[in-house]
Design a protein around this ligand. Structure first.
Ligand code: ADP
Length: 779
């Protein structure tokens, strides 16, 4: 490289600008160092080296912060602007590359190398090929980009100097300094075109994506505008026709409703959002009606409506007495419960659960509680509910979705603090549709129920002011976690005396009132009522009794009108005229002593009952055949009894191998499966012994008790219910296990007086008492 190829020039660093050869450009210069460079250039032959700064933000770049390759330019014009700024006009001449910095102050001076002049003829074809490719992408670029004027395309295509081609295109299209620098640094023209080709192709891709996005955005805007326009037109047409603007009227109504409902923040936000959607919706749209239903639900719920509690416990006690006969213990527990609630001033704490057979007044006590507190009362039966959605609702995405029964009931109550009775919680079941019990648990749990979320509402509703009460017939089938939340109050069945009292003091006056019959128009004797109880009903509670009384009232009302009589007398003799022939007869218990038939006492979820067990021995191979209403536990119990008999065969005078020649058939003719299977143990065993020995069993006798293999009698449950059932059935002799003696306290004295109750410890005692002939040796 000879010295002639090296040029020494002042350097002016450009900020955010790149100048190419042949390009005319003006820019403003303000930095003192740059002005010094300009001045130095003017002293020489007006040539200056222009190169870009790597980072345009730096004010005083050092040597490393300036690109090595730049353009030698001629200063065409200088203009002093106000302030210390100079505007210069330059024309690019050719590329230059810094070899060396000669001095740094007061301006940069550099030694430069300029490009070797190529002999283009050597690579004419190659050049032509790349140039064409570049031209075609450039053309595409111009079409896509709005920034390049199409005239440039004309200039460029008519150009036959390929050396200049890349520079002109780069100068007119490229934006990024790095890209321009890349083109500038390519001294070889083919290289330069190739680089440019690459950069342009990439830019085109970006432009295409940009355009796509723009188009999408524009389409959306167009659609909104179109709808707006059409809606405005509808409005204009409606106005012309003298119709009011339906939607906005409606929206106004909802707005008022929302304001009145005093919604909590979350609900308010949601309601307003939905209202907004409704306002934007066409009038007949299906979606609109979905929104309306939703808004109705939200605004109808008692978010902020509450009744004041009557906290007077004396009043509560008075009301409970007013509505119910007896039930002293139950009433006491209820009053205690209300007292505790008042002390703690919260609804937290266990939930009362009334357990007992149907018709004993569970629901009606709950109603009285509501009445005494001055609260609204709602009742929801969860018996048979399998689907979680019944409790919690369906999501709004379901067609025709509505809230679950909890929220519906609250809306129905119209206050957020009603007394809420959940009936039959022992009869819930769960399957693939989710577990209603766990949803219910959430409803009842004071830690969670202040923000109960219904699937439909998707809003938290505060249930913590609700007083929940529950009822069940049977504790065994209540899911454990639910049971743990509850305080159980047992209500057992009523005796005949109690029923008589309930009927005279409560049911009859109530029914008379409901049928509009005055007290004096009807006479009904005590014995008549007893007959209704004994021959027309068979229940632990008084529901059927109330129905029978209602039936009598209907007939009486009719007679009072049709026959124009003043009053009607109902006696034992004419009762059949009113109620038809008796439904139950208590002579069902065998009048005569029989072989192989024994009366047992059972305890079912609907109360106590008698059950008759029959046994027939047959020649056979020692099989135990069980038929009728037998549960598994009962079968086990029968086997245990049989084993006891075998161990005693000598005392009974039976052949040692009697069991190998005899089949024993045990049958329980009717009645529900007793809840407590084993309690039929001594009854079955007595029947088998009686049948095997051919000895009769006393007829006026009923028994209950579990048996062990060795013949001990174990205690059983439900003694009170069972004894009442025996009493109802007219049986006066009863055998109960010794350990159950303490349960007799619960039996009213007037009933006990009429019964002979014997407590037994062993099977031997049972047989001694039950069998008419003592055909065996008692040890
Ligand atoms: P449950 O909910 O236990 O099945 P209900 O509460 O429906 O029973 O009672 C059935 C009917 O019997 C109701 O009309 C109720 O008022 C009446 N009743 C039950 N027990 C009594 C009682 N101790 N005193 C007065 N009426 C009663």
């Amino acid at each position: 490289m000879s010295n002639e190829d090296i040029k020494r020039l002042p350097l002016l660093p450009l900020r955010g600008l790149t100048i190419f050869p042949y390009m005319v450009l003006h820019f403003d210069v303000g930095r003192p160092k740059s002005i010094a460079a300009l001045e130095a250039a003017m002293v020489n032959d007006q040539e200056i080296f222009l190169s870009s700064q790597v980072d345009s933000k730096i004010n005083e770049p050092n040597q490393n912060e300036i690109y090595e390759v730049g353009t030698i330019a001629k200063i065409k014009q200088m203009l002093k602007l106000p302030g210390d700024t100079i505007r210069v006009l330059v024309e690019g001449l050719e590329r230059g590359k810094i070899l060396d910095y000669v001095k740094d102050e007061p301006y940069y001076e550099v030694d430069l190398m300029t490009p070797i002049k190529y002999n283009y003829r050597d690579m004419e074809l190659e050049m032509e090929a790349v140039a064409r490719s570049v031209l075609s992408v450039f053309e595409k670029f111009v079409k896509l980009s709005s920034k390049v004027s199409p005239e440039i395309l004309l200039t460029v295509t008519s150009l036959d100097d390929y050396d200049r081609l890349a520079d002109i295109i780069a100068a007119n299209t490229l934006v990024k300094t790095e890209d321009k620098q890349r083109v500038l640094e390519a001294f070889d023209p083919v290289d330069r075109l190739e680089n440019l080709y690459e950069i342009l192709t990439r830019e085109i891709e970006i432009l295409e994506i940009e355009n796509k996005i723009n188009l999408r955005v524009r389409r959306q805007i167009d659609k909104v505008q179109r709808e707006y326009y059409l809606r405005e037109q509808i409005k204009a047409i409606q106005k012309e026709l003298g119709e009011s603007d339906g939607i906005s009227e409606e929206v106004k109504e909802y707005q008022e409703k929302i304001e009145k409902a005093n919604l909590p923040e979350e609900a308010l936000e949601k309601a307003n959002k939905e209202l907004d959607r409704l306002a934007r919706m066409g009038q007949g749209s299906a979606e609109g009606s979905v929104i309306r239903t939703y808004l109705d639900w939200i605004t109808d719920l008692p978010w902020d409506i509450q009744t004041d509690d009557n906290l007077d416990l004396k009043n509560a006690a008075k009301i409970l007495d007013e509505d119910h006969y007896g039930l002293t213990k139950v009433k006491e527990r209820v009053i205690e419960y209300l007292a505790v609630r008042q002390m703690t001033k919260s609804m937290k704490g266990p939930i009362l659960c009334f357990v007992g057979p149907p018709g004993v007044g569970k629901t009606s006590i709950a109603k009285s509680i509501a009445r005494s507190l001055d609260r609204k009362f709602i009742q929801m039966s969860v018996g048979g509910v399998r689907d979680e959605a019944e409790i919690r609702g369906h999501r709004r995405t379901y067609v025709g979705a509505i809230p679950g029964r909890v929220i519906s009931s609250i809306k129905h109550a119209g206050t957020k603090n009603p007394v809420f009775l959940l009936d039959e919680i022992d009869k819930m079941s769960s399957d693939f549709r989710g577990d209603p019990a766990s949803a219910l648990l959430e409803v009842l749990d004071p830690e969670q129920n202040n923000a109960f979320r219904d699937h439909y509402l998707e809003l938290a509703f505060d249930l913590s002011n609700v007083m929940f009460l529950t009822t069940a017939n049977n504790l065994d089938t209540i899911p454990r976690p639910l049971l743990d939340r509850m305080e159980i109050i047992h209500i057992s069945g009523y005796t005949e005396e109690e029923k008589l009292n309930i009927a005279t003091k409560y049911l009859i006056p109530k029914q008379l009132k409901e049928h509009g019959i005055s007290k004096n128009s009807i006479r009904i004797t005590e014995n008549t009522i007893r007959n209704i109880i004994n021959y027309y009903t068979r229940e632990s509670g008084v529901r059927e009794l109330e129905r029978q009384i209602a039936a009598i009232c209907r007939k009486v009302a009719r007679r009072l009108i049709d026959d124009k009589v003043k009053s009607v007398r109902i006696t034992e003799n004419n009762l059949e005229k009113y109620l038809g022939i008796p439904k139950y007869r208590y002579d069902k218990v065998e009048k005569n002593d029989e072989v192989g038939i024994v009366t047992g006492l059972a305890w079912t979820p609907v109360g106590g009952d008698t059950l008759s067990i029959e046994v027939v021995p047959m020649a056979g191979k020692g099989k135990l055949v069980l038929t009728g209403q037998l549960g598994d536990v009962m079968k086990e119990s029968a086997r245990a009894g049989f084993s006891y008999i075998r161990s005693r065969s000598k005392e009974f005078g039976l052949e040692d191998d009697f069991h190998e020649q005899t089949d024993i058939h045990i049958h329980i003719p009717e009645g529900a499966i007793p809840k407590d299977g084993p309690s039929a143990g001594i009854t079955m065993t007595t029947a088998v012994v009686s049948a095997l020995l051919g000895v009769k069993v006393k007829s006026n006798l009923a028994m209950t008790g579990e048996i062990t293999l060795r013949g001990r009698v174990l205690p059983v449950g439900g003694i009170k219910e069972k004894i009442l059932a025996a009493h109802r059935a007219g049986i006066t002799n009863i055998l109960i296990p010794k350990e159950n003696e303490r349960d007799l306290i619960d039996i009213p004295d007037n009933i006990k007086r009429n019964l002979t109750i014997r407590a037994v410890e062993t099977m031997d005692e049972v047989l001694e008492y039950a069998l008419v002939d003592k055909a065996f040796k008692v040890m």
